[in-house]
Design a binder for this molecule. Structure first.
Ligand SMILES: Nc1nc2c(c(=O)[nH]1)N[C@@H](CN(C=O)c1ccc(C(=O)N[C@@H](CCC(=O)O)C(=O)O)cc1)CN2
Ligand SMILES: [Mg+2]
Length: 296
């Protein structure tokens, strides 16, 4: 039976470490500031934003949520972002995704200053990640949190085969860059990957990371014995049950270590968002944080 990678527990450790770092910053009169913008009343987004508020307050981050009506114009949203870009109290800006259809999400992300882009979605930061640049820049928090989980469990990456299933800008693409930077060989699979190739790559993979939004896409029979399996999917079934993209029961019998859903990657996304906020605040005040990447 696979070891469970407990994202909830590791997120808690990250938050403890952050609370200590925030205390140190406060002795220098620096209070990290996070502003979250939410447009409309999507119930899941409302919950995530409230959880972010609560988590930020607990570690001592100055947090503000800007709630906008679903029919806000793009011009007003961009004006608000540009004001926040100029506000010295604000170190980190996040626009909750998804946005209503009439708003151009790419334009919105591009308008957030790269220096305050806590999601790491601005093309400047995506480019730096892809280029494996050495200076500090924000990286998308879900894949960054996955790297923390792998490090916390001492999962070897150098020279290993990592297979990433799903090529979203939120998960798959940044995951590819982060794993490659850690010297893994990486294969990125998607809907057009032929079945036999998909099967063959998954069977050889030391690390499997799945983020597609398709419940049960990867099953135990797909995996190599002892593989580390990270399930980034969060799917609500018609009976209300929350499941990932990996069939947990069958995968657990084959894998060496596996994340559950809920309680795996999800809690890490929010803890890592706070981590990136603190890093950005330190960066804005030219302060070196210990353990920048290796937070725990
Ligand atoms: N601008 C952004 N928008 C969105 C992001 C993001 O990183 N930046 N990610 C997701 C939503 N999200 C945070 O925003 C998020 C989703 C899920 C969880 C989480 O803790 N999930 C729990 C289960 C929660 C439940 O019961 O529904 C878990 O997996 O254990 C945290 C954050 C899309 N939008
Ligand atoms: Mg400040």
């Amino acid at each position: 039976m696979a070891e469970i990678i407990d994202g909830k527990a590791i997120a808690q450790l990250v938050r403890q470490k952050l609370a200590e770092q925030v205390e140190v910053l406060k002795t220098k009169s620096i209070v990290p500031g996070l502003t979250v913008i939410i447009v409309g009343d999507d119930p899941a987004s409302q919950i995530y934003v409230r959880n972010k508020e609560r988590a930020a307050q607990k570690v001592g981050i100055a947090h503000q949520t800007i709630r906008l009506a679903a029919d806000v114009t793009e011009a007003s949203l961009l004006t608000i972002i540009k004001k926040l870009n100029q506000d010295d109290q604000v170190d980190a800006i996040l626009v909750q995704s998804p946005l209503p259809n009439h708003l151009n999400e790419q334009l919105v992300q591009e308008t957030i200053s790269p220096e305050k882009d806590v999601d790491g979605f601005n093309p400047i930061n995506i480019g730096k990640l892809y280029a494996n640049r050495h200076e500090y820049y924000p990286v998308a928090n879900t894949p960054k949190g996955v790297m923390t989980l792998l490090m916390a469990h001492h999962v070897p990456l150098r020279g290993k085969l990592a297979v990433v299933v799903g090529r979203s800008i939120l998960v798959g693409k940044p995951m590819l860059s982060l794993l490659e930077a850690a010297n893994a060989s990486v294969a990125l699979l998607h809907r057009y990957t032929p079945d036999d190739l998909r099967r063959s790559l998954l069977k050889q993979a030391d690390i499997v990371i799945v983020g597609t939004g398709i419940p049960g896409l990867v099953v135990g029979d797909d995996l190599k014995s002892g593989a580390t399996v990270i399930d980034v999917g969060i799917n609500r079934l018609s009976d209300g049950q929350l499941v990932g993209d990996v069939d947990f029961a069958s995968a657990q019998a084959v894998a060496g270590a596996i994340t559950p859903v809920p309680g795996g990657v999800g809690p890490m996304t929010i803890a890592t968002l706070l981590q990136t906020t603190v890093e950005l605040a330190a960066q804005h005040h030219q302060i070196e944080l210990a353990d920048k990447w290796q937070i725990i």
